[in-house]
Design a protein around this ligand. Structure first.
Ligand code: SAH
Length: 259
Protein backbone atom coordinates (compact mmCIF):
# COMPACT_ATOMS: atom_id res chain seq x y z
CA UNK A 1 0.00 0.00 0.00
CA UNK A 2 1.50 3.37 -0.96
CA UNK A 3 1.92 6.07 1.66
CA UNK A 4 -0.88 8.18 0.16
CA UNK A 5 -3.35 5.30 0.21
CA UNK A 6 -2.54 4.15 3.68
CA UNK A 7 -5.51 4.45 5.95
CA UNK A 8 -4.84 7.06 8.58
CA UNK A 9 -5.95 6.26 12.12
CA UNK A 10 -9.51 7.43 12.51
CA UNK A 11 -10.80 9.21 15.57
CA UNK A 12 -13.79 7.47 17.10
CA UNK A 13 -16.82 7.82 19.34
CA UNK A 14 -18.87 5.25 21.25
CA UNK A 15 -21.84 5.05 18.87
CA UNK A 16 -24.43 2.30 18.68
CA UNK A 17 -26.90 1.90 15.83
CA UNK A 18 -30.30 0.84 17.19
CA UNK A 19 -32.85 -0.67 14.78
CA UNK A 20 -36.31 -0.55 16.35
CA UNK A 21 -38.53 -3.51 15.32
CA UNK A 22 -36.98 -4.13 11.90
CA UNK A 23 -39.32 -6.44 10.00
CA UNK A 24 -37.11 -7.61 7.12
CA UNK A 25 -34.03 -9.62 8.15
CA UNK A 26 -32.40 -8.65 4.84
CA UNK A 27 -32.39 -5.04 6.00
CA UNK A 28 -30.69 -6.02 9.25
CA UNK A 29 -27.91 -7.78 7.30
CA UNK A 30 -27.57 -4.86 4.87
CA UNK A 31 -27.38 -2.42 7.79
CA UNK A 32 -24.57 -4.49 9.35
CA UNK A 33 -22.66 -4.36 6.05
CA UNK A 34 -23.25 -0.61 5.71
CA UNK A 35 -21.90 -0.07 9.22
CA UNK A 36 -18.83 -2.29 8.91
CA UNK A 37 -17.63 -0.53 5.77
CA UNK A 38 -17.67 2.72 7.76
CA UNK A 39 -16.08 1.31 10.94
CA UNK A 40 -19.29 1.77 12.95
CA UNK A 41 -19.45 -1.50 14.85
CA UNK A 42 -22.14 -1.65 17.52
CA UNK A 43 -25.52 -2.90 16.34
CA UNK A 44 -28.52 -3.27 18.66
CA UNK A 45 -31.82 -4.80 17.52
CA UNK A 46 -35.00 -4.04 19.45
CA UNK A 47 -37.57 -6.84 19.01
CA UNK A 48 -36.61 -7.75 15.43
CA UNK A 49 -39.19 -9.76 13.50
CA UNK A 50 -37.97 -13.00 11.81
CA UNK A 51 -34.55 -12.92 13.40
CA UNK A 52 -32.07 -14.65 13.30
CA UNK A 53 -32.60 -15.58 9.68
CA UNK A 54 -30.30 -16.72 6.84
CA UNK A 55 -31.43 -13.72 4.77
CA UNK A 56 -29.71 -11.43 7.27
CA UNK A 57 -26.47 -13.40 6.91
CA UNK A 58 -26.62 -13.26 3.09
CA UNK A 59 -27.11 -9.53 3.03
CA UNK A 60 -24.42 -8.93 5.65
CA UNK A 61 -21.82 -10.55 3.32
CA UNK A 62 -18.43 -9.81 4.91
CA UNK A 63 -20.03 -8.22 7.98
CA UNK A 64 -21.27 -11.46 9.55
CA UNK A 65 -19.02 -10.86 12.57
CA UNK A 66 -20.83 -7.60 13.26
CA UNK A 67 -24.17 -9.38 12.95
CA UNK A 68 -23.02 -12.15 15.31
CA UNK A 69 -22.01 -9.52 17.85
CA UNK A 70 -25.31 -7.61 17.54
CA UNK A 71 -27.23 -7.29 20.79
CA UNK A 72 -30.90 -8.28 20.63
CA UNK A 73 -33.14 -6.70 23.29
CA UNK A 74 -36.89 -6.59 23.90
CA UNK A 75 -37.40 -2.88 24.55
CA UNK A 76 -35.98 0.48 23.53
CA UNK A 77 -35.32 1.21 27.22
CA UNK A 78 -32.89 -1.70 27.37
CA UNK A 79 -31.16 -0.51 24.21
CA UNK A 80 -30.47 3.02 25.43
CA UNK A 81 -30.59 3.04 29.27
CA UNK A 82 -26.86 3.81 29.65
CA UNK A 83 -26.69 6.32 26.77
CA UNK A 84 -25.87 10.00 27.25
CA UNK A 85 -26.98 11.28 23.85
CA UNK A 86 -29.94 9.86 21.92
CA UNK A 87 -30.46 10.73 18.28
CA UNK A 88 -33.54 9.67 16.29
CA UNK A 89 -33.77 9.45 12.50
CA UNK A 90 -36.95 10.25 10.65
CA UNK A 91 -38.17 10.25 7.07
CA UNK A 92 -40.48 13.18 7.70
CA UNK A 93 -40.93 16.17 9.93
CA UNK A 94 -43.30 15.84 12.88
CA UNK A 95 -46.04 17.96 14.33
CA UNK A 96 -44.11 19.41 17.23
CA UNK A 97 -40.81 20.62 15.81
CA UNK A 98 -37.76 19.16 17.57
CA UNK A 99 -34.08 20.15 17.25
CA UNK A 100 -33.39 18.85 13.75
CA UNK A 101 -30.15 18.33 11.81
CA UNK A 102 -29.04 16.65 8.60
CA UNK A 103 -26.70 13.64 8.57
CA UNK A 104 -23.54 15.76 8.29
CA UNK A 105 -24.46 17.97 11.19
CA UNK A 106 -25.39 14.83 13.13
CA UNK A 107 -21.81 13.58 12.74
CA UNK A 108 -20.54 16.95 13.98
CA UNK A 109 -22.78 16.72 17.03
CA UNK A 110 -21.49 13.22 17.75
CA UNK A 111 -17.89 14.44 17.62
CA UNK A 112 -18.66 17.41 19.85
CA UNK A 113 -19.39 14.87 22.59
CA UNK A 114 -16.73 13.92 25.13
CA UNK A 115 -15.00 10.71 23.97
CA UNK A 116 -16.50 8.89 26.99
CA UNK A 117 -20.09 9.72 25.99
CA UNK A 118 -22.29 6.79 24.93
CA UNK A 119 -24.38 7.69 21.91
CA UNK A 120 -27.35 5.90 20.32
CA UNK A 121 -28.71 6.58 16.84
CA UNK A 122 -32.22 5.14 16.45
CA UNK A 123 -33.75 3.92 13.20
CA UNK A 124 -37.44 3.08 12.82
CA UNK A 125 -39.65 0.39 11.38
CA UNK A 126 -39.71 -0.03 7.60
CA UNK A 127 -43.44 0.67 7.40
CA UNK A 128 -44.02 3.32 10.05
CA UNK A 129 -40.68 4.65 11.28
CA UNK A 130 -40.20 5.61 14.95
CA UNK A 131 -43.37 6.51 16.82
CA UNK A 132 -43.80 9.85 18.58
CA UNK A 133 -43.03 8.46 22.01
CA UNK A 134 -39.73 7.07 20.71
CA UNK A 135 -38.88 10.32 18.92
CA UNK A 136 -39.60 12.26 22.11
CA UNK A 137 -36.92 10.25 23.91
CA UNK A 138 -34.32 11.87 21.63
CA UNK A 139 -32.18 14.96 22.15
CA UNK A 140 -31.97 15.49 18.44
CA UNK A 141 -33.67 14.37 15.25
CA UNK A 142 -31.94 13.68 11.97
CA UNK A 143 -33.58 13.93 8.59
CA UNK A 144 -31.66 13.20 5.40
CA UNK A 145 -33.01 15.93 3.11
CA UNK A 146 -34.57 13.62 0.54
CA UNK A 147 -37.01 15.09 -1.95
CA UNK A 148 -40.42 15.93 -0.54
CA UNK A 149 -42.35 13.89 -3.10
CA UNK A 150 -40.75 10.67 -1.79
CA UNK A 151 -38.75 11.08 1.37
CA UNK A 152 -38.50 7.53 2.66
CA UNK A 153 -35.11 5.83 2.30
CA UNK A 154 -34.66 2.10 2.63
CA UNK A 155 -33.68 1.42 6.26
CA UNK A 156 -30.20 0.06 5.48
CA UNK A 157 -29.50 2.95 3.11
CA UNK A 158 -30.37 5.42 5.84
CA UNK A 159 -27.90 3.55 8.09
CA UNK A 160 -25.32 3.79 5.29
CA UNK A 161 -25.68 7.55 4.94
CA UNK A 162 -25.45 8.25 8.67
CA UNK A 163 -22.48 5.87 9.01
CA UNK A 164 -20.73 7.47 6.04
CA UNK A 165 -21.00 10.92 7.60
CA UNK A 166 -19.65 9.57 10.91
CA UNK A 167 -16.75 8.06 8.98
CA UNK A 168 -16.00 11.31 7.15
CA UNK A 169 -16.03 13.23 10.40
CA UNK A 170 -13.80 10.68 12.10
CA UNK A 171 -11.20 10.89 9.30
CA UNK A 172 -11.29 14.67 9.42
CA UNK A 173 -10.64 14.52 13.16
CA UNK A 174 -7.73 12.15 12.78
CA UNK A 175 -6.11 13.90 9.83
CA UNK A 176 -5.74 17.41 11.09
CA UNK A 177 -4.13 18.50 14.30
CA UNK A 178 -6.14 21.71 14.10
CA UNK A 179 -9.36 19.75 13.84
CA UNK A 180 -8.41 17.67 16.87
CA UNK A 181 -7.68 20.81 18.91
CA UNK A 182 -10.90 22.28 17.64
CA UNK A 183 -13.03 19.32 18.57
CA UNK A 184 -11.62 18.83 22.08
CA UNK A 185 -14.88 18.74 24.03
CA UNK A 186 -15.39 21.46 26.54
CA UNK A 187 -14.74 20.11 29.99
CA UNK A 188 -18.06 20.10 31.79
CA UNK A 189 -17.81 19.71 35.55
CA UNK A 190 -20.47 16.99 35.82
CA UNK A 191 -21.36 14.01 33.63
CA UNK A 192 -24.57 14.28 31.62
CA UNK A 193 -27.64 12.41 32.86
CA UNK A 194 -28.22 9.21 30.87
CA UNK A 195 -31.48 8.02 29.28
CA UNK A 196 -32.46 5.96 32.33
CA UNK A 197 -32.04 8.92 34.72
CA UNK A 198 -33.96 11.18 32.35
CA UNK A 199 -36.89 8.72 32.20
CA UNK A 200 -37.09 8.60 35.99
CA UNK A 201 -36.98 12.39 36.09
CA UNK A 202 -39.87 12.70 33.62
CA UNK A 203 -41.99 10.20 35.60
CA UNK A 204 -41.29 12.17 38.79
CA UNK A 205 -42.07 15.46 37.06
CA UNK A 206 -45.42 14.30 35.65
CA UNK A 207 -46.35 12.71 38.99
CA UNK A 208 -45.63 16.01 40.76
CA UNK A 209 -47.62 18.00 38.19
CA UNK A 210 -50.56 15.66 38.81
CA UNK A 211 -50.20 16.14 42.59
CA UNK A 212 -50.21 19.89 41.99
CA UNK A 213 -53.30 19.54 39.77
CA UNK A 214 -51.40 21.46 37.12
CA UNK A 215 -51.51 18.49 34.78
CA UNK A 216 -54.63 16.45 34.07
CA UNK A 217 -53.76 13.08 32.48
CA UNK A 218 -57.30 12.97 31.06
CA UNK A 219 -56.48 16.07 29.01
CA UNK A 220 -52.78 15.71 28.32
CA UNK A 221 -52.59 18.09 25.33
CA UNK A 222 -48.90 18.61 24.52
CA UNK A 223 -47.68 19.57 27.99
CA UNK A 224 -45.44 16.58 28.70
CA UNK A 225 -44.10 16.54 25.14
CA UNK A 226 -43.18 20.21 25.40
CA UNK A 227 -41.46 19.61 28.73
CA UNK A 228 -39.57 16.69 27.19
CA UNK A 229 -38.43 18.91 24.36
CA UNK A 230 -37.34 21.62 26.79
CA UNK A 231 -35.18 19.23 28.82
CA UNK A 232 -33.79 17.56 25.68
CA UNK A 233 -32.58 21.01 24.56
CA UNK A 234 -31.08 21.82 27.92
CA UNK A 235 -29.14 18.53 28.25
CA UNK A 236 -29.26 18.12 32.05
CA UNK A 237 -26.16 16.93 33.88
CA UNK A 238 -26.42 14.56 36.85
CA UNK A 239 -26.07 17.30 39.47
CA UNK A 240 -28.76 19.47 37.86
CA UNK A 241 -31.03 16.47 37.62
CA UNK A 242 -30.53 15.67 41.32
CA UNK A 243 -31.34 19.27 42.24
CA UNK A 244 -34.56 19.19 40.20
CA UNK A 245 -35.56 15.84 41.70
CA UNK A 246 -34.96 17.32 45.16
CA UNK A 247 -37.20 20.28 44.31
CA UNK A 248 -39.92 17.94 43.00
CA UNK A 249 -39.74 15.84 46.17
CA UNK A 250 -40.07 19.01 48.31
CA UNK A 251 -43.05 20.20 46.26
CA UNK A 252 -44.73 16.80 46.59
CA UNK A 253 -44.20 16.78 50.34
CA UNK A 254 -45.80 20.22 50.78
CA UNK A 255 -48.70 19.48 48.44
CA UNK A 256 -49.50 16.16 50.06
CA UNK A 257 -49.29 17.66 53.54
CA UNK A 258 -51.84 20.31 52.56
CA UNK A 259 -54.28 17.81 51.09
N1 SAH B 1 -42.94 5.35 6.38
C1 SAH B 1 -41.93 5.55 7.36
C2 SAH B 1 -40.58 5.36 6.73
C3 SAH B 1 -39.74 4.50 7.50
S1 SAH B 1 -38.25 4.17 6.62
C4 SAH B 1 -42.05 6.96 7.94
O1 SAH B 1 -42.73 7.76 7.32
O2 SAH B 1 -41.47 7.29 8.97
C5 SAH B 1 -37.37 3.31 7.91
C6 SAH B 1 -36.36 4.14 8.67
O3 SAH B 1 -35.31 4.58 7.81
C7 SAH B 1 -36.90 5.42 9.29
O4 SAH B 1 -37.58 5.17 10.49
C8 SAH B 1 -35.60 6.15 9.53
O5 SAH B 1 -34.93 5.58 10.62
C9 SAH B 1 -34.82 5.83 8.25
N2 SAH B 1 -35.06 6.82 7.21
C10 SAH B 1 -35.74 6.66 6.07
N3 SAH B 1 -35.74 7.80 5.35
C11 SAH B 1 -35.03 8.71 6.04
C12 SAH B 1 -34.66 10.08 5.85
N4 SAH B 1 -35.02 10.75 4.75
N5 SAH B 1 -33.92 10.69 6.80
C13 SAH B 1 -33.54 10.02 7.93
N6 SAH B 1 -33.86 8.73 8.16
C14 SAH B 1 -34.58 8.08 7.24
Amino acid sequence: MSETNKEKPADSRDVRIVLVNPSHPGNVGAAARAMKTMAVNQLVLVGPRDYPDPRAVWRAAGAKDLLDAAKVVATLDEAIADCDLIIGTSARERRIPWPLVDARECANKVYEEPASSKIAILFGREDSGLNNEELHRCHLHVHVPTCEAYSSLNLSMAVQILSYELRMRSLQGANSAAAIADQAPDEWDEPFANADDIERFHSHLSETLVDLEFFDPAQPKQLLTRLRRLFARVRLDQMELNILRGILAAVQEKVNKNK
